[in-house]
Design a protein around this ligand. Structure first.
Ligand code: NAD
Length: 493
């Protein structure tokens, strides 16, 4: 069978992309090429954005109740195809099937929230804002929005934005990650079936050339970017320079703080899933554990390392392991595997103790896969490269703090601030953590404090360059511009 070549979705049709060439898309568990993705040119992006710009006035003038109707149907279709979508996602990304199902549920949940746009987009009216005058705030759609996606959540991350953008009356162009483009291609088959007018949603495949063309395009009003901080910074700077709205969500190093009173049986189970789910490639994955006090530090290391040894590492589509809850698949590519292995070497060179070494792992029958076993570095101190850098693989560093204050200081001094969690039974420490920890999303006895779609999602410090977070009610402000009207009428003559 020949390798499928993906197509762009423009003006309600799947079309051959104007491209600079094709890139192989791999199954990271086997190394097999499963598709080829076109690397769209800047001219192709221009063509796509023009169709989106042409569709905007008609779509913006469509009543909001009509705009959400196709989203109800899309949610239904995606729910019916959930298992098929999950298999496509797992094949190209390598996370476990239970993880893929959780991702798909969150994508659908975002659709459901956006279906409430007739309520969410309502403005305000102040009767009598002055003598015989009324004031009104209208939430107006803005124009064409672009979304640039990372590889680790090929379905969910674009859905932090897409349903809200179109429900509010904008048109929307997705640039999927070139490493995992198949999932969005399949979702667009469903989008195609729900009868949106041509140009309301578009899919453009490609790499940084296509992404940069989207960011630079004069007809694009705003960009939602999710990916590494290095690129997020550039996107934010370019959008600011060209007068665009932007949300640029970046990298993370999420800390888990373990207090001496924590319930260790539950905590260890929770930390394992937080650190090694999705092979450490979740934006909310924890990769730094800070244990408070000598005894907690020793117990955390002993129990966490022992539990890490039990994590099953396998091809997530191997039927023998498909329903294993704590299964760890491969990292995304050979290149990323080399980077993660190099970071383990760096940790050892800078004086950390390799308490569990996941290097050198091969899975029989999957020799071409990019597997790394759970890896734990202890005796890590703040400032070491393995603590400062996002490794984005199954590598956990464990640090010791002498007090709650020192532990919170360690995470507050870190450049990233996406998520952080505290394990304690004490309401006092929990409250102090909520008041003092500088991360956008906090957990109390919850190792992956990823907010549900009804609440905003996003970090702080170098993990997010934006004032408006993703998903939920909050993102409606990003996709609408408030127009404030002050009005009065003279008495009839
Ligand atoms: P990446 O930054 O390498 O790529 C992300 C996207 O940016 C891709 O679509 C890529 O084609 C595009 N891109 C590359 N160069 C660009 C440029 N110069 N201008 C504009 N776009 C460009 O990230 P990745 O490796 O795909 O994803 C992993 C990263 O994403 C990790 O750092 C992870 O923490 C982060 N992430 C963050 C969140 C969050 O909520 N903060 C969520 C998911 C992933």
């Amino acid at each position: 069978m020949s390798t499928p070549i993906l197509k762009n979705y423009v003006n309600s049709a799947f079309v051959d992309a104007g491209c600079r060439g094709l890139l192989d898309v791999e199954n990271p568990s086997t190394g097999a090429v499963i598709a080829q993705v076109p690397l769209s040119t800047a001219e192709e992006v221009d063509r796509v954005v023009r169709t989106a710009a042409a569709a905007f006035p008609g779509w913006a003038a469509t009543p909001v109740a009509r705009r959400v109707k196709p989203l109800f149907e899309l949610a239904e279709r995606m729910r019916r195809d959930e298992e098929g979508l999950c298999r496509v996602l797992v094949e190209e990304m390598g996370k476990s099937l239970p993880d893929a199902r959780a991702e798909m549920k969150r994508a659908i949940e975002n659709l459901e929230v956006a279906c409430g746009m007739p309520m969410l987009q309502q403005g305000e009216r102040l009767v009598g804002c002055s003598f015989e005058m009324d004031g009104e705030v209208l939430r107006m759609p803005v124009g064409v929005f672009g979304m640039i996606a990372p590889y680790n959540f090929p379905a969910m991350v674009p859905f932090w934005f897409l349903p809200y953008a179109i429900a509010t009356g904008n048109t929307f162009v997705v640039k999927a990650s070139e490493q995992v483009p198949n999932t969005m291609q399949r979702i667009f088959e469903h989008l195609d079936a729900v009868g949106l007018p041509p140009g309301v949603v578009s899919l453009v495949h490609g790499d940084r050339v296509a992404a940069e063309a989207l960011v630079e395009h004069p007809d694009v009003a705003g960009i939602s970017f999710v990916g590494s901080t290095k690129v997020a910074r550039q996107v934010a700077a370019r959008c600011a320079a060209t007068g665009k709205r932007f949300q640029a969500l970046g990298s993370a190093k999420n800390h888990l703080v373990v207090m001496p009173d924590a319930r260790m049986d539950e905590v260890v189970r929770n930390m394992i899933s937080s650190c090694f789910g999705c092979a450490g490639q979740r934006c909310m994955a924890s990769s730094a554990i800070v244990a408070v006090g000598d005894a907690t530090y020793r117990e955390t290391i002993d129990r966490f390392v022992a539990a890490s040894r039990d994590v099953v590492v396998a091809d997530p589509l191997d039927p023998r392991f498909a329903d294993e809850q704590m299964l760890m698949g491969p990292v995304i590519s050979a290149r990323h595997k080399d980077y993660v292995l190099n970071m383990i070497d760096v940790g050892v060179r800078e004086g950390a103790t390799l308490a569990l070494d996941g290097r050198g792992l091969t899975i029989p029958g999957r020799e071409g896969g990019h597997f790394i076993g759970p890896t734990v570095l202890t005796d890590v101190r703040p400032g070491m490269a393995v603590h400062q850098t996002e490794i984005f693989g199954p590598v956990v560093v464990i640090l010791k703090a002498d007090s709650f204050e020192e532990a919170v200081g360690i995470l507050n001094d870190h450049p990233y601030g996406n998520g952080a969690s505290l394990y304690t039974q004490s309401g006092y420490w929990a409250r102090r953590f909520k008041m003092e920890a500088r991360a956008g999303m906090l957990g109390i006895n919850v190792g992956i404090p990823a907010p549900v779609a009804y609440l905003p999602f996003g970090g702080t410090k170098a993990s997010a360059f934006t004032d408006i977070k993703a998903q939920g009610r909050e993102v409606v402000s990003f996709f609408t511009e408030s127009r404030i009207v002050t009005e009065r009428f003279w008495p009839e003559a």
